[in-house]
Design a protein around this ligand. Sequence first.
Ligand SMILES: C[S@@+](CC[C@H](N)C(=O)[O-])C[C@H]1O[C@@H](n2cnc3c(N)ncnc32)[C@H](O)[C@@H]1O
Length: 226
Amino acid sequence: MTDYDQFAQDYDVKARNSPHNTQYDRPALLGLLGDIAGALVLDAGCGSGLYSEELLRRGAEVIAIDRSARLLDIARDRLGDRVQWRRHDLSEPLEWLPDRRVDHVLMALVIHYLESPVPALREIHRVLRDNGTVVLSTHHPASDWQRLGGNYFADEMYEDTWTTGWVMKYRRRPLQTITSEFTQAGFRIDELIEPRPIPAMEASSPHTFDRLSREPGFISFRLTKR
Ligand SMILES: C[S@@+](CC[C@H](N)C(=O)[O-])C[C@H]1O[C@@H](n2cnc3c(N)ncnc32)[C@H](O)[C@@H]1O
């Protein structure tokens, strides 16, 4: 059982409603993805399928993977077989996907769970068509540093207890490490975004809006093959 299996149902409710997801991460990452009508998109670390749902709405064909069986069940209950679901741990090779099979890869708030992301990024590079794109979001390293203190340049796994009581294990690392891992896997950065909350958040969650307007929370990238 993975960490997310233990609170899958509650996580789904949170991800469907939280301003961090709905008014901050998703608008930024979907904006980076652009037009995907008719494209085959791999939703890597799909969680309860909230991005997959949006990808379908935008006319894409979707393959969605996650290591949490319970989150996949929730996603499947919501979207049925309109998406090709597969339980997969990103630390394992994507051997069931042929070279250059997918047009785009979306990897939202997942990479900081991987202790060694380069092999996973190399696999994503392999299954991506030559002029395809990867859009990816992760914790902003300045936000980790602000929260955890200590050494900004530290590269280590740490445990975090959310206000919900859920214990998560993440990797913190400086921006240079994040970007050099993209390069090692064969990618170049096409665009980098330090998202700002969308204006609607000001009325619905003023405190979070105020904080995210002043302090980075997540950072998003669009990558292409070098
Ligand atoms: C913060 S959630 C994000 C879910 C989804 N991308 C979204 O934004 O709604 C992180 C997800 O990463 C998944 N995950 C973490 N480590 C993984 C791994 N090694 N392989 C596949 N999925 C993983 C978790 O199960 C969880 O669904």
